[in-house]
Design a protein around this ligand. Structure first.
Ligand SMILES: [Ca+2]
Ligand SMILES: [Ca+2]
Ligand SMILES: [Ca+2]
Ligand SMILES: [Ca+2]
Length: 318
């Protein structure tokens, strides 16, 4: 049941992110990462006997599956690998959460959060555990190893976990235990401007030779096609703008499609054979294919737009 409600939460977050993308706002989003394997340290005791540390720590199930330290006053640490988020944007912070408790309150601190990045482990503050499950967390605005903003490669390689020691002293048998670890990455998603893209010809014959494939790109109000970095443009993440055989330079032109004296369209050419060879890897004609043109403005704002063309293969045809 608890996992179910968590999934719902993630869906809600995704829904919010879609709205944000449409609105072109730069509000922050969050992605939650759970343990997906053993990390570089496994020093704590999994319970029940025979269970697996990292698996126990994926679930918020109290004393059903957990890890424990009962035998020493010294810190012992578990680290876990985490899922890799499939999102992009600027990372604002990384927070590691641990849900934990002790048998008895008092005595001494019993928990520290742990993260490992770039081969170094960083511990959170020492916490005195409550006698019932509570959540403890540490937030890193920057990567503690580099002091710079986190990168997604660092997030992919991140390990998180917990350091425990028994938190009280005899006459009882003291222990500290943790039942779940997770990491929340707070980020501002990359805004992708929705471009209008018209690919010409509308029907491409794979057996034909001749004119390059032309693409007309327009941007919404507030963006100027003259700001497009033509060298950044890619057709379906694969094909760059062709070179003009006359000049040896990127083959493009700024055009005024409605005659108001202001350029509103960027025309670029792609090599016909390159496009044909690529489309052959996608579909078997006759069929329609949707191609996406993407690129950046000089200020690194990204844009993207798609057009669908018909594809035939008729030897001798145009
Ligand atoms: Ca990972
Ligand atoms: Ca658990
Ligand atoms: Ca078209
Ligand atoms: Ca115009």
């Amino acid at each position: 049941m608890k996992n179910h409600s968590k999934n719902k939460k993630i869906l809600l977050i995704l829904a919010v992110s879609l709205v944000i993308a449409v609105a072109g706002s730069t509000s922050a989003n969050q992605v939650i990462l759970y343990p997906d394997g053993e990390g570089d340290l496994t020093e704590l005791t999994p319970k029940p006997v025979g269970s697996v540390n990292w698996v126990n720590m994926t679930t918020d199930d109290g004393d059903a599956t957990f890890i424990e330290m009962a035998s020493t006053l010294n810190w012992r640490t578990d680290l876990y690998s985490l899922g890799n988020p499939a999102v992009s944007g600027t990372i604002n912070s990384v927070t590691v959460y641990v849900k934990a408790r002790s048998r008895e309150v008092g005595g001494q601190t019993g928990l520290r959060t742990a993260v490992q990045t770039e081969g170094t482990i960083y511990y959170g503050n020492e916490e005195t555990l409550a006698g019932t499950y509570a959540t403890y967390c540490t937030t890193y605005m920057a990567n503690p190893g580099t002091a710079d903003a986190w990168t997604w490669d660092e997030i992919d390689a991140l390990q998180a976990g917990v350091s425990l020691r028994r938190s009280t002293v005899p006459p009882t048998t003291p222990w500290s235990r943790a039942t779940q670890v997770w990491v929340v990455v707070d980020y501002t998603p990359t805004v992708i401007v929705a471009a209008s893209v018209d690919i010409d010809p509308d029907r491409l014959n794979l057996s034909s030779k001749g004119e390059p494939v032309t693409c007309y790109i327009q941007l919404p109000e507030g963006y100027d096609v003259a700001d497009i970095d033509v060298s950044s443009i890619l057709l379906d993440d694969e094909i760059s703008v062709a070179l003009n055989p006359g000049t040896g330079l990127l083959w493009y032109d700024l055009q005024d499609s409605d005659g108001d004296g202001i350029d509103d369209t960027l025309m670029v050419k792609f090599d016909r054979q390159e496009v044909i060879d690529y489309i052959k890897t996608l579909i078997t004609p006759p069929a329609d294919v949707t191609l996406t043109v993407m690129g950046e403005l000089t200020d690194e704002t990204q844009f993207e737009g798609s057009d669908t063309i018909g594809v035939i293969d008729e030897p001798g045809g145009n």
